[in-house]
Write a protein that binds this ligand. Sequence first.
Ligand code: PRP
Length: 201
Amino acid sequence: MITVALSKGRLFDDFIKYLEEKNLDKYSGVLKEKSRTLYTTSGNVRFIFAKGPDVPVYVERSVADIGIVGSDTLEEDAFSYLNVSELPFGQCHFALAGPPNIERFETIASKYINIARKFFNDEQQAVSLIHLNGSVELAPILGLADGIVDIVQTGSTLRDNGLIEYQKILDVQARLIANKQTFYTKEDDIYEFLSEIGVIE
Ligand code: PRP
């Protein structure tokens, strides 16, 4: 039995679509079942449903053998894992955004404080950073910050809140990671799953 940690939210829906395109109903079927249980099993594979930032924690501590998670999460904090593959979904990017006509950003709100810090350090621009846990678009609307560093996918959240993108920072996409030990000790089962889902030949 192997355990696969999945990020709940957008990436979860994208993964189901990916499985459906590959006619892997044995996996997409169980993942689509609506219930409040936080794990499900199909054959030799147990899926657990976690918050994105917790996926690499489960993988690092070998509670999960494999994780499917956005590169945003992996870039924001340091974890120990094997980087197995990029996945062809979950594409979006980090951007610096704010209301129109900002000439110089002084206070930035972000859920991704480390990525924001690195970006402004690289730009050699001193800003004050405020860490929020979500809905960061509220910060410039309410005057808490004059800009945000956040993920942009379709761009509709920015548009609907009267914000514009000033600069693209970094591409983001789904990645498949594995535990450094069990990737080898459970090699056969892991390879079988990765081959089924088309990650390896
Ligand atoms: C993310 C991100 C933006 C939005 C961008 O938020 O933080 O708010 O999606 O997507 P869009 O460009 O397609 O509109 P998420 O929905 O993950 O929730 P959060 O605000 O709680 O982080």
